[in-house]
Write a protein that binds this ligand. Structure first.
Ligand SMILES: Cc1cc2nc3c(=O)[nH]c(=O)nc-3n(C[C@H](O)[C@H](O)[C@H](O)COP(=O)(O)OP(=O)(O)OC[C@H]3O[C@@H](n4cnc5c(N)ncnc54)[C@H](O)[C@@H]3O)c2cc1C
Length: 382
């Protein structure tokens, strides 16, 4: 798929920033679990927090193809940073764009899209992930001297930016008897009393992005923070999936590309049996296969993003892109034997900052629905 001049310009600008400000530090951030707040501000200034949010709501006014391109570039520099940016865009900004009223958009979408705030999305609970309708977290409506409000109680699990985020979209049960139609969505500022960061998860990779367990303990938000109507929560949550999958596919492509580029550079530099190992045909086969897988994933991704930009249904295509991209990345890295061959990566010019990419891509395989769920959905939407 050919990119327009505008998309190429966006790609060049983000690539330049990422390769200068992010990639050289990514390995250290990963090791030190450092949250790159300053660099995220730089990305925000480039419009990376509200990529597909229209300019009238302070977003970059671009499209989902641009979102795919930008997230690939960020992930090529650091998978963790790309996860933080990805979640703020989709599902957080995309859900607010689709479901928030004008007052909510003015209060929450504007600062998120400008990059003044970071978003989080609280759906998963310790006992449910793929089966998103089995939530136990509750929100009870109260009316008292302090006004109309909802009081949220429960536990949310694996929440990206649960600690460093400023505002979260939280799914909670408002009517247990109504089942799937008894779930509602709320906008919850993370500074609200009762929003408790109970634990930070220790992941295989992407340590610069916090993944938190959040406990809601009598967390009271104004009734005006209800998104849409009561009972629309599951629809709201699932509406963020297409964009979220495009985001995760883009991250996987970016991380795989970074690994491929490191392997290629190493293969050209490392000499064995009298010539750079790149010139041994067996190695060229492996590099060629990896390059083909990355390009195939990118084309699936751009196709899904283009369908979304044309406002055509793309849940199946986004699931295919995410499934293929996330599942090609990890075996691809194993096949290139990156971990064994490039232990410190310090000897590779320009690649000294490469973190353990295999851990990074493993983290991209799971969010939003694991592989089995994606396969089931593709079967169901055929
Ligand atoms: C790095 C990271 C970041 C995340 N960020 C967020 C976030 O910001 N917000 C949020 O809400 N959640 C987040 N998640 C959670 C993520 O959405 C869930 O992990 C995902 O939905 C899977 O749920 P689960 O872990 O409970 O697995 P389960 O649903 O328990 O699934 C476990 C295994 O069973 C398989 N399985 C499940 N159902 C079926 C079936 N019907 N048929 C066959 N096999 C099946 C799955 O494929 C999987 O292999 C994050 C997860 C990770 C790893």
């Amino acid at each position: 798929m050919l990119l327009s001049e505008d998309h190429r310009a966006v790609q060049d600008a983000v690539r330049a920033f990422v390769q200068q400000e992010i990639a050289p530090h990514a390995a250290r951030w990963d090791k030190e679990c450092h949250f790159p707040a300053a660099e995220l501000k730089g990305l925000a200034a480039l419009g990376c927090y509200g990529i597909a949010v229209p300019a009238e709501w302070d977003g970059a006014g671009l499209d989902y193809l641009a979102l795919a391109i930008i997230l690939e570039e960020i992930a090529a520099g650091d998978g963790a940073t790309s996860t933080v940016v990805s979640v703020t865009n989709c599902p957080v900004c995309s859900i607010l764009m689709a479901w928030a009223n004008d007052a909510q958009k003015a209060q929450w979408l504007r600062p998120l899209a400008r990059g003044d705030m970071l978003g989080a999305f609280c759906l998963t609970e310790p006992h449910v992930g793929s089966q998103a309708d089995g939530l136990k977290t509750t929100a009870v409506r109260v009316s008292d001297a302090d006004g109309d409000a909802y009081v949220i109680n429960g536990v949310k699990q694996f929440i990206t930016s649960g600690k460093n985020g400023d505002v979260a979209i939280v799914m909670a049960v408002t009517d247990k008897a109504a089942g799937k139609k008894g779930i509602s969505a709320f906008i919850v500022p993370t500074a609200t009393p009762g929003y408790i960061v109970a634990r930070l998860e220790d992941k295989l990779g992407q340590h610069a992005s916090d993944t938190a367990q959040i406990v809601f303990e009598n967390c009271r938000v104004p009734a005006a923070n209800l998104l849409g109507d009561e009972g629309q929560g599951l629809r709201i949550a699932l509406s963020g999936l297409e964009g979220g999958r495009i985001g995760i596919a883009a991250q996987s492509v970016g991380m795989a590309r970074a690994a491929f580029e490191a392997a290629l550079a190493y293969a050209k530099e490392r000499v064995a049996f009298g010539k750079p190992i790149y010139e041994h045909q067996a190695l060229q086969f492996r590099l060629g296969e990896m390059a083909t897988s990355i390009e195939a994933a990118r084309q699936l991704l751009h196709h899904a993003a283009s369908l979304k930009d044309a406002q055509r249904p793309c849940l199946k295509e986004a699931a295919m892109a995410k499934l293929f991209a996330s599942e090609m990345a990890e075996p691809g890295l194993r096949r290139l034997r990156l971990r064994e061959r490039l232990p410190g990566r310090a000897h590779l010019p320009g690649r000294a900052g490469l973190p353990d990419l295999r851990g990074h891509v493993r983290c991209a395989e799971d969010p939003d629905r694991a592989g089995a769920g994606l396969r089931l959905e593709q079967g169901a939407t055929r």
